[in-house]
Write a protein that binds this ligand. Sequence first.
Ligand code: ATP
Length: 235
Amino acid sequence: MGLLTVSGVVAGYSAADQILKGLDFRVDPGEIVCIVGPNGAGKSTLLKAVAGLLRPSAGSILLKDRPIAGLRPREVTKLGIAYVPQEHNVFPSMTVRENLEMGGYADPAAAARRLDGVMERFPVLGRKRRQAARTLSGGERQILAMGMALMVEPAVLLLDEPSAGLSPVAAQGLFAEIQAINRDGVAIALVEQNANDALEIAHRAYILVDGRNRSDGIARELAADPEIRRIFLGG
Ligand SMILES: Nc1ncnc2c1ncn2[C@@H]1O[C@H](COP(=O)(O)OP(=O)(O)OP(=O)(O)O)[C@@H](O)[C@H]1O
């Protein structure tokens, strides 16, 4: 059984504007699953539907065997799915520590216990815990956003373009952190523009085009497919 199973989901930003047109998607325990595809394909929309920010008009979303489509974001988080949006994912004027505390808002009693664990897991956050988030580098800010998400000890982490705007070196560092989080036992759904790098760290991948699956399979096999390379991976 999949850990997260999306079946036939139709969703969009209004009834007349369906972006996901019957989408199937699955994350199994222990996986990093990458979602790539052209601009506007619906990659971010898929993560928003899973996170509870959009209510699908058809189809189902299951966490293990529990239906979650249409639940509020806070309920989805409590059940074990943490979402890191592409932008505005930290509070710039608050300290690193305060941001982490905000990340644990769904369960404040447990948050105090988890704070030390997250700062140990990401030493840079421990060292800079008293600094305002706006003073962090782009890569550190993304690590903080992931640290906030891990404050709820999720089973599944949804990451929307975490490497956007980072230098190649910072992006490589971030991908290594994503792999380390996955090795700690967190399954990850990763939307990336940086498709070649994302396919290197992913176990499986989906290629979305116009709200539907164009292809899916083992990430390294998709990355080696000449037609997929030509159309989606820049040659
Ligand atoms: N809040 C919104 N309200 C209305 N339409 C939206 C909203 N957010 C996204 N869209 C539209 O939904 C479509 C899919 O957007 P989405 O962000 O899911 O694409 P994407 O595959 O993640 O691509 P990108 O790489 O450009 O972010 C686009 O046509 C976009 O304009």
